[in-house]
Design a protein around this ligand. Structure first.
Ligand SMILES: Cc1cc2nc3c(=O)[nH]c(=O)nc-3n(C[C@H](O)[C@H](O)[C@H](O)COP(=O)(O)OP(=O)(O)OC[C@H]3O[C@@H](n4cnc5c(N)ncnc54)[C@H](O)[C@@H]3O)c2cc1C
Length: 504
């Protein structure tokens, strides 16, 4: 690092009163209800979709997930969920989401995981960036605050305040870590537009300019947490190293959504894509002002490098809980598909379903193992063991689980009648006779195979597969990190050296 970000004195033109007010929002009310959550998204945000700015609470392509999230927030309060999904502030003044628990005892960690299992099971493992995920990154930020304080005591205070703010307001977050995919062989120092950068800094805050690729769930979130993944923290110039949070309606922030993957209905039922297309967005920052109390780190690559894994100590485990529920969904659908066409007893089919079952059981066992190897963080909290090996395994088997379901389902994956076909009295006798399955009627078989198609066949399924491969970052880097950090590697080598000595 050979230069620092220029410091200016006045920032008034960027820091309007409205924007300052948005940062406090309304009085804290704790865990959302669905209705309050939907209302909270009407805040003037610049969501660009198909060439125009849209209102996410009204646009048809955004309705499915909006309702699914609202329903999940409401389900937190149901009698059989609330004990696991909600918790009280210490002074008993507010019921907040259990996602924000900072666990300092085994009981608190257990409750945290029960809460995550509920979120993931209720959404069939199809909603990777369910709000529970990023809440756990904020828990990681809070836990890492003392290290940030060594860079600047203000950063420590900011992280602490931000945690309380998010917990008490149940802030739903997205995150964006990567540079836009323009030219990976070029350094942003050569062309600063290749990465988000700090262009001004004063006592009051910073101004950031540039773009981030990408932020899942962004249109449905209240704020974005911006930091850097291992691929991007090694910067040659300090203005590219910045951790901060930003409200989705901050002046100058635009987000561009990809094409919706919600299944078009036309009489066809698309249960997963209609509820769980969580959207992915590019974030464009056009001279966006970030007040200093929302800045968590500037310029320091060493702390940025250390921080990535520290911030994600709980969230990566939560991501694996979600993956486990996704695998259970695959197993349920695959096994029923096999039974419904009478192939479940065939040797080759049992081999494939058995392989899929082994993945479910391996991930479950890994979750148990990683949870049993808890470590105490530098702030004195209980965190699970490392998920690095499981992260690389999950990316590796993601295409394979799709392949297994595709191989078993055959042409039935696509050849199913629509709801209108099923309702037509002239067609109905043919469908009942020729499109039923073994022990299942045509209605059940159609719904089952449509779920299978959504998991592996349509745009929704293709995106989910891509997500599984890339969401934990580049698998090559994950494996490199594993091979550099594996604690038993040295012992393995020494044992072989001893064996070679004995052979002489
Ligand atoms: C569905 C989906 C959702 C996502 N959600 C989020 C999110 O919410 N927040 C977020 O921050 N990120 C998110 N990501 C981004 C994810 O973290 C990245 O996809 C991942 O880190 C890989 O980066 P990239 O896509 O830019 O690929 P690139 O980095 O451009 O890589 C493309 C190829 O080039 C290779 N490559 C790149 N650089 C090098 C190099 N220097 N040396 C050698 N080989 C190289 C890679 O190995 C890869 O094969 C999401 C991704 C997907 C697909």
């Amino acid at each position: 690092m050979n230069k620092t970000i220029p410091k200016l004195e006045a920032m008034d033109d960027f820091c309007t009163l409205d924007y300052k007010l948005q940062l406090c929002r309304s009085a804290a009310k704790g865990a959302w209800t669905g209705a309050r959550y939907i209302e909270s998204l009407k805040d003037g945000r610049q969501v660009w979709y198909d060439g125009e700015v849209i209102d996410v609470t009204r646009h048809p392509s955004f309705q499915g997930l909006l309702m699914a999230l609202a329903e999940l927030y409401d389900k937190q309060r149901l009698e059989n969920n609330s004990a696991d999904m909600l918790t009280e502030l210490d002074d008993g003044s507010l019921q907040v989401s259990a996602s924000y628990i900072v666990p300092s005892t085994r009981e608190e960690l257990d409750k945290k995981w029960r809460n995550s299992h509920k979120w993931m099971q209720l959404s069939y493992g199809q909603l990777p960036r369910v709000p529970d995920f990023m809440a756990n990154v904020v828990v990681g930020l809070y836990d890492f605050r003392h290290e940030l304080g060594k860079v600047d005591p203000q950063f420590e205070k900011n992280a602490e305040d931000y945690y309380h703010y998010c917990r008490e307001h149940d802030i739903c977050l997205t995150h964006a870590l990567g540079d836009p995919q323009i030219d990976r062989s070029a350094s942003p120092v050569e062309n600063p537009d290749h990465a988000l950068r700090v262009v001004k800094r004063t006592k009051e805050g910073i101004v950031v300019h540039g773009a981030k690729q990408l932020a899942t769930l962004a249109p449905y979130c209240h704020e974005a947490l911006i930091y850097l993944s291992p691929a991007f923290y090694m910067r040659e110039s300090p203005e590219f190293v910045a951790w901060f949070s930003v409200p989705m309606n901050a002046p100058g922030l635009k987000f561009l959504c990809r094409e919706s993957h919600v299944g078009t209905s036309n009489g066809f039922r698309h249960a997963f894509s209609q509820s769980y297309d969580e959207q992915d967005s590019m974030l464009f920052f056009d001279h966006v002002f970030i007040p200093m109390n929302r800045v968590f780190l500037l310029e320091n690559t060493e702390v940025a490098a250390k921080g990535f894994h520290e911030l994600n100590k709980w969230s990566l485990y939560v991501g694996q809980i979600r993956f486990y529920h996704r695998l259970r969904t695959f197993l349920g659908v695959t096994s029923l598909v096999a039974k419904s066409i009478g192939v479940d007893g065939f040797r080759e089919i049992m081999n494939r379903v058995g392989e899929l079952t082994s993945y479910v059981e391996l991930v479950r066992s890994c979750l148990v193992g990683i949870d049993s190897e808890t470590r105490i963080s530098s702030a004195g909290n209980i965190a699970p063991g490392s998920t690095l090996a499981l992260d690389s395994f999950a990316s590796q088997i993601a295409p394979r689980i799709n392949e297994i379901l595709r191989d078993i389902g055959g042409s039935g994956i696509i050849m199913q009648p629509s709801a209108k076909d099923l309702a037509n009295p002239e067609l109905r006798p043919y469908l009942e006779k020729y499109m039923k399955g073994k022990g299942v009627d045509v209605d059940f078989k159609t719904d089952l195979f449509r779920l299978a198609f959504e998991l592996i066949g349509d745009r929704f399924g293709a995106r989910q597969e891509l997500y599984e491969i890339w969401n934990r970052g580049d698998i090559v880097r994950t494996r490199m990190a594993l091979c550099k950090s594996y604690p038993d590697l040295n012992n393995c080598e020494e044992e072989i050296k001893d064996l070679i000595k004995e052979l002489k």
